[in-house]
Design a protein around this ligand. Structure first.
Ligand code: NCD
Length: 326
């Protein structure tokens, strides 16, 4: 069923399924609103009522700490009721399909469904069957839009801009939805993106997304403003992609020796969860002068508040609520 997109919000989309296809104006709108929420979150009075009376359901088919918690916190700070469903205690364990589960939740009049699913495209499929807003909290190795938005807010607050920055995305690019969403966002916003990793972990076609590919870590991060590390996602690997963890760290792990190739004021990022001593040296990760990892987590709540506000504005503005699912 296709429903008319929201009007008059500056964000003419019913769902947030990916960064691909969003314009720089739409991305800037979300980043600016997130910035405002950062200030609210740092004040004593964090509560707002934009989502008062609304229900958000977190539907996670994969594990999550930061993403699920920050969506919950974001929704509660905006006054919504929140339900968390994880696969381990749902009817999915009894054989129910993804779509039947979604239809069930839809029938309970949820206003927003936040979905994480191991299948690339699974969240888009689900969004076509429900009449509430759907946010992709990560689908397979496809997209994780709110992660890219929170990374962008973090970078923009530190560097003052995205345009013209040189960003290296390093490590397990092949299995990373974070990499793909970041590539789309950074390209759209005028940054120049490099992808750095061993040939086994960098898809052959990735250059088509408008990135420069490097198979040598030192060359790849040379003169970069931002070094974004990715977790080695062994849960998505079938077979051996790296010879051993020790060798992986030796060649691809971010330590001070490799970091010296980047710009002297280069900043380090990681979406978490981190594998210390695998893709990143512990000391580098904890370097308060260079590492933005904690700030990324803080920005996550603000970005999710902004996304929830934008996607539910349509209904507060009195625009038509889409009809029932057929
Ligand atoms: C990422 C994810 O789930 O894609 N984590 C997150 O949301 N912060 C990255 C990862 O799992 O490595």
């Amino acid at each position: 069923m296709s429903t008319p997109p929201p009007q008059n919000t500056g964000f003419p989309h019913r769902h947030l399924l990916g960064i691909e296809g969003l314009s720089s104006t739409e991305i800037t709108l979300l980043l600016d609103l997130s910035d405002a929420y950062v200030e609210i979150n740092r004040s004593a009075d964090k509560k707002r009522n934009h989502l008062s009376g609304r229900t958000l359901i977190n539907l996670f088919f994969e594990t999550s700490t930061r993403t699920r918690t920050s969506f919950e916190l974001a929704a509660k700070r905006l006054g919504a009721d929140v339900i968390n469903i994880s696969v381990s205690d749902s009817a999915i364990k009894k054989g129910e399909t993804l779509l039947d589960t979604a239809m069930t939740l839809n029938a309970m009049h949820a206003d927003v469904l936040v979905v994480r699913h191991p299948f690339s495209g699974g969240v888009t499929l689900l969004s076509q069957k429900v009449n509430c807003a759907v946010i992709n909290a990560g689908d397979g190795s496809h997209e994780h839009p709110t992660q890219a938005l929170l990374d962008a807010v973090t970078i923009r607050r530190r560097k003052g801009r995205l345009e013209g920055l040189r960003v290296a995305i390093c490590g397990d690019v092949a299995h990373s939805r974070v990499a793909r969403s970041n590539i789309h966002l950074l390209n759209t916003m005028g940054a120049s993106v490099r992808v750095v990793g061993p040939p086994t972990l960098v898809p052959g076609q990735i250059g088509r997304l408008g990135v420069e590919v490097f198979h040598d870590m030192r060359k790849g991060i040379k003169d970069c403003d931002i070094v974004m590390m990715l977790r080695l996602q062994s849960e998505r690997m079938h077979g051996a992609f790296v010879p051993s963890i020790r060798e992986y760290f030796h060649f691809w792990g971010l330590d001070y020796a490799k970091l010296a190739e980047a710009k002297p004021d280069a900043l380090i990022m990681h979406p978490g969860p981190m594998n210390r001593g695998v893709e990143i040296d512990s000391e580098v990760a904890d370097d308060m002068g260079r590492s933005l990892i904690r700030e990324q987590v803080e920005m996550g709540v603000a970005v999710r508040m902004a996304c929830l506000e934008i996607l539910t504005r349509i209904r507060t503005n009195g625009a038509p609520v889409p009809g029932p699912v057929t």
